[in-house]
Design a protein around this ligand. Structure first.
Ligand code: ZN
Length: 400
């Protein structure tokens, strides 16, 4: 324990409270500090200019929600031992430590999801791993197990990653506040007051059914209005094309890494080690795009200018792809980089058949546990809603 409790000011939670030295030491590792240089919402700020908050702040917020869950959910504290409580708070803090630049759009380029690098950093070698090892040599493994859902106590993973968890609650509240949208409001205080552990799963009392329905609707609206906004997907399409071009150029002439040494490992290896991964952040990428403004390759140069100066692609229905390819060729643009298809899909709420702890459970007045969509006709009707959106992105000049 710290001699004196530390607090960090936060616009969403007021204060983030830290009294365990382990958490304080994790915050002060170089891998956690790197998250200051990773924006939470990647390209979303091309649409919502104030949405430039970082993974660093969201990770602290996720920790704070998890901490409040342990403290305020009536019988949760007594279901977990002290070691499990420390492990779940460390997991909440570290759950996004493996995030690449530009949020999820970079995952396609890295070929691995952020969870892969999160677990790799936790298991080390890394400063994070050194700090976790101060507890004992099994502790890092247990934190990793909470993140990859292999921990035997399923309730620990449910706290940070299920369908109603500390991660989602913090990002909905924070992303709506920071973008200035009003869809993501979640009544956290009421949820915490009415959550209970029953049969080793977290459940919400029946009396809070409207709070849970509102949470599901908030999430649904945030996805289409903010996270899948077509303008930020346009930015992501250009980003994908730029890295595709870089990869193609590297195959022709591996010397290109001399001009962009920050991408040496990315271009040459399937899996980056922790030191190589550490150097990739939003600021490194922005610097590289500025270098590419002077590239002798006209495609790389054009794509970098588009990213930095927000000269985005237009978009239309994916049905027009063939026609766009023809226009592209007519205007002398290579459709490999200038016609980009993107597909997004969202199911507002899906009851899981496999991992039961991933469901949202309602604790009925008669003491029975029931899965949310069986109890709420509003959510029940949403489980059939499988909204898909396929678009194709292209430079508007080709249509002139
Ligand atoms: Zn997160």
């Amino acid at each position: 324990m710290l001699k004196e409790k530390r607090v960090i000011r936060d616009p969403i939670h007021g204060y983030i409270h830290i009294d365990d030295e382990l958490i304080w030491n994790l915050i002060n590792t170089r891998e956690f500090q790197r998250l200051r240089r990773i924006r939470q919402l990647g390209s979303t700020s091309v649409v919502f200019p104030s949405g430039t908050h970082t993974r660093h702040l969201h990770s602290l917020g996720c920790y704070e929600v998890a901490r409040r869950m342990l403290e305020e959910i009536k019988n949760l504290g007594e279901c977990l031992n002290e070691r499990e409580k420390r492990a779940v708070l460390a997991a909440a803090l570290l759950h996004d430590i493996g995030h690449a630049p530009f949020s999820h759009s970079f995952e396609a380029i890295l070929k691995h999801h952020h969870e892969f690098y999160t677990v790799q950093i936790i298991k080390g070698p890394s400063e994070v791993n050194d700090v976790l090892n101060t507890v004992d040599d099994r502790f890092a493994e247990e934190v990793a197990q909470i993140i990859d859902h292999s921990h035997p106590n399923k309730i620990l993973s449910q706290i940070i990653s299920s369908q109603l968890d500390a991660d989602r609650i913090d990002y909905l509240l924070r992303d709506s506040y920071c973008t200035g949208t009003i869809y993501g409001k979640v009544d956290l205080d009421r949820l915490l007051r009415t959550m209970r552990v029953r049969d080793n799963v977290l459940a919400v009392k029946q009396s809070s059914i409207y709070t849970v329905e509102n949470y599901i609707m908030s999430r649904y609206h945030m996805y289409w209005q903010v996270y899948y906004h077509p303008t930020s997907r346009s930015f992501d399409s250009i980003l994908k094309s730029l890295f595709l071009r870089l990869k193609d150029l590297h195959e022709e002439n591996p010397d290109i890494v001399r001009e962009y040494p920050m991408y040496k490992a990315l271009l040459e290896k399937e899996i980056l080690n922790n030191d190589e991964f550490f150097l990739l952040d939003d600021e490194t990428c922005s610097y590289s795009f500025n270098l590419m403004r002077n590239s002798s390759d006209p495609i790389l140069k054009d794509l970098a200018v588009r990213i930095m100066d927000r000269h985005l692609f237009d978009y239309t229905s994916a049905d027009n792809e063939e026609e766009l390819i023809r226009h592209c060729l007519r205007k002398g643009y290579d459709p490999r980089y200038y016609v980009v298809k993107d597909y997004q899909r969202q199911i507002p709420y899906l009851p899981y058949l496999g991992r039961g702890s991933d469901n949202i459970w309602m604790l009925m007045d008669n003491g029975e546990l029931r899965e949310l969509s069986e109890v709420s006709s509003v959510v029940g009707s949403l489980t059939d809603l499988n909204e898909q959106d396929e678009r194709v992105f292209y430079p508007k000049e080709i249509m002139k």
